[in-house]
Design a protein around this ligand. Structure first.
Ligand SMILES: Nc1ncnc2c1ncn2[C@@H]1O[C@H](COP(=O)(O)OP(=O)(O)OP(=O)(O)O)[C@@H](O)[C@H]1O
Length: 223
């Protein structure tokens, strides 16, 4: 897979007068998990939405290896996304839902979709409709949708929500495998230990501002 650099430069966003993002700059690379750490409402999800082009910045830019979002591309290309609860069709099974999405880009076929379902611990032959899925199963299906096309970039917001202990371990392993494959992964997770155990670097975000950039495991210099 090609090496890419995802860059956010001087990002500002206000919604109805409230500062959502303030002068946010960060740089991320292929083969790394970049963690976003911050309390509820600090701006992690909004930053992810800005990165993929779902919200338009007031100023600043998002670029992938020099290609600027909103100028050279309308949405971030080659990107798998799990942001908040993904919208699936209630009357479709898990496999039918993923096939519906896979048919948009036609980059993966039925066999790969089935394999992805198995990878997240779901049975591809499960005949239950999505509306009958438990919260954890819905979350697993959302993760499957994000990873099934083997994209260069993964934007993964709170992947561990509603997962049991085995599910957490499974998703941790999947994220590590995706990094190994060379994906650039942006990960938010409110549980600090979990985030630190997975991330190669962490940006701390508070009230829409980046306040720290940490390498987990490296002792901080005393101030
Ligand atoms: N649709 C919206 N309209 C206006 N403001 C919003 C909207 N969605 C979120 N916000 C505000 O944007 C700020 C950042 O929210 P965001 O969802 O990015 O936080 P977060 O760090 O992801 O929090 P959490 O850990 O709770 O998911 C908050 O102040 C929130 O109130």
């Amino acid at each position: 897979m090609r090496e890419i650099e995802l860059r956010v430069t001087g990002a500002n966003k206000k919604i109805r007068g409230n500062v959502i993002l303030e002068d946010v700059s960060l740089t991320m690379h292929s083969g790394k998990i970049c963690g976003l750490q911050g309390s509820n409402g600090s701006g992690k999800t909004m930053l992810m939405r800005a990165i993929c082009g779902l919200i338009r910045l007031d100023s600043g830019s998002v670029s992938v290896s020099g290609k600027v979002l909103g100028k050279d591309m309308a949405f971030l290309e080659n990107t798998g996304i799990l942001i908040e609860s993904p919208a699936f069709l209630n009357g479709y099974t898990g496999l039918q839902n993923l096939m519906y999405l896979a048919d948009i880009q036609k980059r993966v076929g039925r066999e790969e979709v089935r394999q992805t379902l198995t990878r997240v611990g779901l049975d591809p032959d499960d005949k239950r409709k999505f509306r009958k899925y438990s919260l954890g199963m819905k979350q697993r299906l959302g993760i499957a949708a994000a990873i099934m096309e083997k994209n260069e970039i993964l934007l993964i917001d709170e992947p561990f929500n509603a997962l049991d202990v085995d599910g957490i371990e499974l998703v941790k392993n999947i994220l590590r495998e995706e990094r190994e494959r060379g994906a650039l992964i942006v990960l938010s997770c409110h549980e600090r230990q979990l985030l630190e155990s997975l991330s190669d670097e962490i940006y701390v975000i508070q009230s829409g501002r980046i306040t720290d950039h940490l390498i987990p495991g490296e002792a901080k210099e005393p101030e």
